[in-house]
Ligand binder design. Structure first.
Ligand SMILES: [Zn+2]
Length: 389
């Protein structure tokens, strides 16, 4: 079959449509594409090879393009709203370098579809952006990611945080229901990124006060966590020191919907909340893995060990970035449950590419966590404001 001939044999004169467009494509190309899809089974090898060559050329062009990201994000964003005041009362405000600009009628902020997304002002090609997502799926180190994407380690570091800071939705949308297990996860505060001379040192004053750091000190970060019968998980940095009722109330408790049975360890912090919310609470004695009614914390314990090995692949994670890593871990768990490996990077991109982030190249090393390290180390010499990477 000869493609060219067939097109010209068509009863309609395609040239008469040349000024019309469907979804921005010339109608002629839309017809040709439609026709090729219909006839693809009947094409001969040399015709298929021609098409593959053309498609490969087109794909290479798009992957090497630095501007195609505008269209990708523009396509994904259904409801453009003001990045400053979230108003949808916006008007088109001309174009710049082929990019549609908008203006907010409520606060006068001018913006485009990329403003405050991870790729605002990006100089990466679309191929590099795709590689960045693949690095996140493959849990590559910063060094390995930098090499694979072809950027400096600082850029790879910033890119990682921009993208994983867009995963907050995994917590906001989280819901635990049916049978579930809740437990806390503690890890030592990690001040990676703090200059050696600014690291907290015990002062003489503290020693004389005689306070000992037995048990779970406030130098440990406390993460509230839970898993339900459908393997939905929730992980949130709740504070420092032993878990309190308030920490549970402010983090995991609102995520619990229609619980059938809530299994926890014997901490009293869970009791008052369970009473308030009418949970069917089963508490397993600490030191035992299963109680007489076979209630146990096996599933949440296995999430904790997976989390430990995830965090250890990065040779220690700075506590100021811990929540982003927890969200990343939860999202990768979700991907592995529900998306084929080959489509995971693409899905990661779809979920985050239009999300707003305030992480930028120059603030990526700041403390974005809920913890105030100055407060945590009040009896130590610590100057968090002087910390750097
Ligand atoms: Zn606005």
């Amino acid at each position: 079959m000869n493609l060219e001939r067939n097109i010209f044999d068509w009863p309609v004169n395609l040239n008469s449509f040349s000024t019309n467009e469907i979804l921005g494509w010339p109608i002629k190309d839309v017809f040709l594409g439609f026709f090729m899809i219909l006839e693809i089974d009947n094409l001969l090898p040399n015709e298929l090879r021609t098409i593959i060559k053309k498609l490969q050329k087109l794909l290479d062009m798009q992957e090497n393009s630095k501007s195609i990201i505008n269209e990708v994000i523009g396509n994904e964003r259904q409801n453009i709203c003001c990045p400053k005041c979230k108003s949808t009362n916006i008007v088109k405000d001309g174009t710049y370098k082929g990019r549609q600009k908008f203006k907010c009628k409520d606060c006068n902020k001018k913006f485009n579809a990329l403003t405050n997304t991870p790729f605002h002002h990006t100089r990466l090609t679309y191929g590099q952006i795709e590689e960045t997502y693949q690095c996140l799926v493959d849990k590559h180190s910063i060094r390995k990611s930098a090499k694979r994407i072809g950027v400096s380690t600082k850029t790879a570091f910033t890119l990682r945080f921009k993208m994983i800071s867009c995963l907050k939705f995994i917590r906001t949308n989280a819901k635990l229901s049916g049978d579930m297990e809740l437990d806390e996860y503690y890890l030592s505060i990690n001040l990676k990124g703090t200059k050696k001379e600014n690291m907290p040192r015990a002062s003489k004053k503290r020693k004389s006060s005689g306070s000992s750091k037995r048990g779970i000190s406030k130098h440990k970060a406390c993460v509230t966590s839970g898993i339900d019968e459908c393997d939905n998980i929730f992980l949130e940095l709740a504070g420092t020191g032993p878990v309190t009722s308030d920490m549970i109330k402010n983090t995991i408790a609102p995520k619990i919907v229609n619980p059938k049975k809530v299994t926890t360890d014997c901490k009293s912090s869970y009791e008052s909340i369970a009473k308030e919310n009418n949970w069917n609470l089963k508490q397993v004695k600490s030191g035992t893995y299963v109680d007489d009614d076979r209630n146990n914390l096996a599933n949440i314990n296995s999430i904790h060990s997976e989390l430990t090995s995830f965090l250890s692949t990065f040779h220690g994670v700075s506590t100021k970035h811990l929540q982003e890593y927890l969200d990343w871990f939860s999202f990768l768990k979700y991907l592995n449950y529900s998306i084929d490996y080959l489509e995971q990077a693409d899905y990661f991109e779809k979920c985050t590419i239009t999300k707003q982030t305030d992480i930028k190249f120059d603030n990526v090393c700041d403390n974005h966590s809920i913890l105030d390290f100055y407060d945590v180390y009040e009896d130590y010499h610590y100057h968090p404001s002087n910390s750097t990477t």
